[in-house]
Design a protein around this ligand. Structure first.
Ligand SMILES: Cc1cc2nc3c(=O)[nH]c(=O)nc-3n(C[C@H](O)[C@H](O)[C@H](O)COP(=O)(O)OP(=O)(O)OC[C@H]3O[C@@H](n4cnc5c(N)ncnc54)[C@H](O)[C@@H]3O)c2cc1C
Length: 206
């Protein structure tokens, strides 16, 4: 997936199907506001793509002969953090339970894996639930297991994102990564990417 870097944001392009390519990005609010001033009358996404094409030659060349399929979709804002695992008797999974900063691109994994964790807990606690003893034990178990599996991803992603916004640190990191690319493996490990589902299962199953 080509990584796109432009002033105030970054993104990526992925081949999907039927000759289509999806383009997604994250952009700072102040940059978005500037783009909208620079391209007045455009929708937010149109101003963003104009900004990307104006500042990133590769994006401009790649999109030169592309046509837009339907309209640009916008989503946001990003709200990294850990949220309540249960609200009004409803258990949360995915982004509703917690969100790691997109710098580590773990949102889909966390959505799938947290759903899996909750299902496993529901099965493990079904007897006490069916006996009418409530869901407090299930909630405590799921919350502990969620934290064990995902809290580090959320915290590490926050640290990486914070460091990346300091130009001096980002410059040093670029030099270090060039000299020691294996640091990326460490980063992948710290952000949960090297943690297979099987490990989650064996270490957490009751
Ligand atoms: C532009 C972009 C690029 C991304 N790129 C990546 C990537 O490369 N890799 C990665 O891992 N993650 C990526 N993510 C993050 C990832 O998409 C999310 O973390 C993931 O989809 C979260 O899954 P979810 O099921 O929790 O929520 P969602 O996928 O947001 O699903 C929630 C669904 O609930 C629906 N909904 C909301 N409220 C209600 C309601 N009241 N009643 C009924 N339905 C409701 C919504 O319409 C939505 O369909 C990206 C996100 C964005 C926005």
């Amino acid at each position: 997936m080509p990584l796109l870097v432009f002033p105030g944001g970054y993104g990526g392009m992925v081949h999907s199907d039927r000759g289509r390519v999806s383009l997604s990005c994250c952009i700072r609010r102040d940059t978005l506001a500037r783009c909208r001033r620079q391209w007045p009358g455009s929708k937010a996404a149109e101003a963003v793509i104009a900004h990307m094409r104006a500042s990133c030659r590769g994006v401009d060349a790649a999109l030169d002969s592309a046509t837009l399929d339907a309209t640009w979709l916008s989503a946001g804002p990003i709200r990294p953090g850990i949220r309540a695992i249960r609200r009004d008797g409803i258990f949360a999974v995915g982004n509703a339970a917690g969100e790691a900063h997109p710098i580590v691109a773990e949102g889909i994994s966390m959505a799938l894996q947290s759903s899996w964790l909750l299902c496993e807990r529901l099965v493990a606690h079904k007897d006490e639930i069916l006996a009418g003893r409530g869901t407090a034990a299930l909630a405590a178990d799921y919350a502990a297991s969620w934290r064990r599996n995902f809290a580090r991803r959320v915290y590490m992603a926050a640290i990486f994102a914070r460091l990346a916004t300091w130009p001096a640190v980002a410059r040093v990191a670029a030099v270090l990564l060039e000299r020691a690319p294996t640091m990326l493996t460490l980063g992948a490990y710290l952000s949960g990417k090297a943690q297979p589902l099987g490990v989650l299962q064996s270490s957490d199953s009751k």
